[in-house]
Design a protein around this ligand. Structure first.
Ligand code: SF4
Length: 224
């Protein structure tokens, strides 16, 4: 019997996350797939895979039966589960929690549709005390990118466009169209794999401080 329900995934070293199966990576590239840490054993055990599948099943079910609004209600309940353990006492005493109240969208997976991104925008705007962040390659479809830009524009959410040798031209255009809301995460590979003009275009377009780079060495390999 198929089960339903949204669950946090806690693989990320940076704290709680919400993840989906990689079927949602509608604009994945050869470069990102080769480097994807989702290949690693930590992400591939049966329990983790089942959790991501259930999340996906539930997302699609809620979108179908109640649209972004119904999904947002359920995502909001999930966001509340990500509160640090001392959140309530810190709120009452007016102090800071020991660890920040934050949630990463998609430790694995990506934004599969505009309706899904809209649901997150509704949920994120309803929880201003929580900080959100996400990386995405789902910027090729105009409708999804518009919905994601609305999400990235929220003051408690930071969006990163994930660029690599395969998608950087479209990525730079997407960034330039709404650079006040986006930052760039660049998958850096060996020099011979990267087009010479890539860095030039990036540095002439992006504002200083808007680019971070990640090494090509897959993190899932580095751990083994
Ligand atoms: S988009 Fe991210 S999660 Fe999806 S295959 Fe690429 S690196 Fe992996």
């Amino acid at each position: 019997m198929e089960t339903y329900g949204l669950q946090l995934t806690n693989n990320s070293k940076t704290g709680p996350a919400f993840s989906l199966p990689r079927i949602t990576c509608i604009n994945k590239t050869e470069a990102c797939w080769n480097a994807c840490y989702g290949h690693g054993i930590r992400y591939q055990n049966d329990a983790q895979r089942a959790k991501r599948q259930q999340n996906y099943r539930t997302v699609m079910y809620l979108l179908k039966h109640g649209g972004p609004e119904l999904l947002a209600e359920n995502l909001t309940a999930l966001i509340d589960q990500a509160r640090p353990i001392d959140w309530l006492t810190a709120k009452i005493s007016g102090t800071e929690t020991a660890v920040p109240y934050s949630l990463r969208l998609h430790d694995l997976g990506d934004f599969v549709s505009a309706a899904y991104a809209e649901a997150w925008a509704l949920a994120v705007s309803s929880r201003p005390e929580c900080s959100f962040w996400f990386y995405t390659r789902s910027f090729l479809d105009n409708g999804i990118f518009a919905a994601l830009t609305n999400l990235a524009a929220l003051t408690n959410c930071q969006g990163w466009l994930s660029l690599d040798r395969d998608n950087y031209c479209r990525g730079i255009l997407a960034y330039a169209s709404a650079s006040q809301f986006w930052k760039i995460a660049l998958l850096q590979e060996q020099e011979e794999s990267m087009a010479p003009e890539m860095i030039e275009h990036l540095s002439s377009t992006a504002k200083p401080g808007d680019i971070v780079t990640f090494s090509k060495t897959p993190r899932w390999q580095a751990r083994t």
